[in-house]
Design a protein around this ligand. Structure first.
Ligand code: TRP
Length: 350
């Protein structure tokens, strides 16, 4: 779903910070700590590829992490730094993108509060993931205002920068549609203030984990960006493949086989991949060969990421500066928006 035109309304260009003509993109990730290949393929590669064409704002959604993880906050900051190190290792460039922390821009909370005045609670209760997640995370009490208000905070995150596009996965499209409705309702009371954000769908939707379930830290089935070559090799050798193939001479299924999904995602040698696939279908190749070639391709793909990661970690002070400087820049933009919003709500005291 590539946008064909910029569609930047005139007022959206009003902030001094916006480089003329480049539509803005905003997206966030909860600080779950070290990232895995699922994050790379599902979000980070896409974020990185948008950096030339768009004015990108990428943030650590630490308040969002609190909506369900409020009980233990001890690793939040450390996880945020780990995640941003992986962002930069994976190709985000602090020279081109504004990289910041949500809680260092408290204007997000102010806008959230104002939105909360006009948005009916049933709108939030109707969000499909709301009840689902409450059931899934049943050991946490999620009958909180913060958890219910999640889509409202997410709306504030995006519209405070007048983002035209939000790169998201399929699962977040409903949230974004709600954001657009929230914006329209706010406009009904206070006049035109924000850009209605549109989704930019990430093309490669899902990477399975080692066990063929969704790749997730909590399932213990992930390959982390920070894994060394030997760890990657060992993990690949344990990967789930076609369970029918108890011997190498039994024809196997390529479709939906995680080992081949990984080959498709990471092995640039398509001739090699095609050859492996046809021999696999005929029962003329062992899993070991397929996996060894995958491990080699993955490690080649990950080597430059490892190198950048090492550079970032060698200078923790620089990483801190990137986040603080990015947050200052974001705050300037968010502050300008909030001045317009306060004026529209007639909260101006002279
Ligand atoms: N909800 C997103 C997630 O769980 C994180 C997020 C918070 C976000 N605010 C956002 C994403 C705004 C895009 C835009 O990963």
């Amino acid at each position: 779903m590539k946008p064909t035109s910029a569609e930047a309304p005139a007022f959206a260009n009003a902030t001094a910070d916006r480089p003329a003509g480049k539509p803005r993109v905003v997206s966030g990730m909860r600080p779950t700590g070290k990232l895995h290949l699922g994050h790379l393929v599902g979000a980070l590669d896409n974020w990185a590829s948008l950096q030339d064409q768009y004015d990108c704002f990428y943030f650590v959604a630490d308040w969002h992490a609190l909506t369900s993880g409020y009980a233990d906050t001890s690793e939040l900051v450390e996880n945020s730094y780990d995640m941003v190190a992986d962002w930069i290792a994976g190709g985000l460039d602090p020279e081109r993108s504004t990289i910041f922390v949500q809680s260092l821009v408290p204007e997000h909370a102010e806008l959230f509060l104002l939105l909360s005045m006009v948005i009916p609670i049933p709108w939030l209760e109707r969000v499909p993931t709301y009840k689902e997640q409450m059931q899934e995370l049943s050991e946490t009490d999620l009958s909180t205002l913060g958890f219910l208000g999640y889509p409202l905070l997410q709306t504030a995150d995006v519209v405070i920068y007048n983002a035209h596009y939000v790169p998201v996965g399929e699962d977040q499209v409903a949230h974004l549609e709600l954001s657009r409705e929230i914006v329209r309702r706010f406009h009904n009371f206070y006049g035109q203030l924000f850009v209605e954000p549109k989704p930019l769908l990430t093309k490669f939707a899902r990477l399975p984990g080692l066990d063929n379930r969704k790749m997730s830290k909590s399932y213990g089935n992930a390959i982390d960006l920070s894994d060394d070559a030997e760890t990657v090799r060992k993990k690949v050798m344990q990967m789930y493949t076609d369970p029918k193939r108890i011997r190498a001479d039994i024809p196997g299924t390529v479709e939906g086989n995680p080992v081949f999904m990984f080959h498709d995602a990471f092995n640039p040698n398509t001739a090699e991949v095609d050859d492996l696939k046809s021999r696999y279908r005929e029962g003329k190749v062992g899993d070991v060969e397929v996996k060894k070639k995958l491990a080699a391709a993955l490690n080649a793909h990950m080597d430059p990421i490892r190198a950048r990661r090492a550079e970032v970690l060698a200078k923790p002070e620089t990483l801190r500066e990137i986040l603080h400087e990015g947050s200052r820049k974001a705050r300037t933009v968010a502050g300008e928006t909030m001045e317009r919003v306060r004026a529209a709500v007639k909260l101006v005291y002279r």
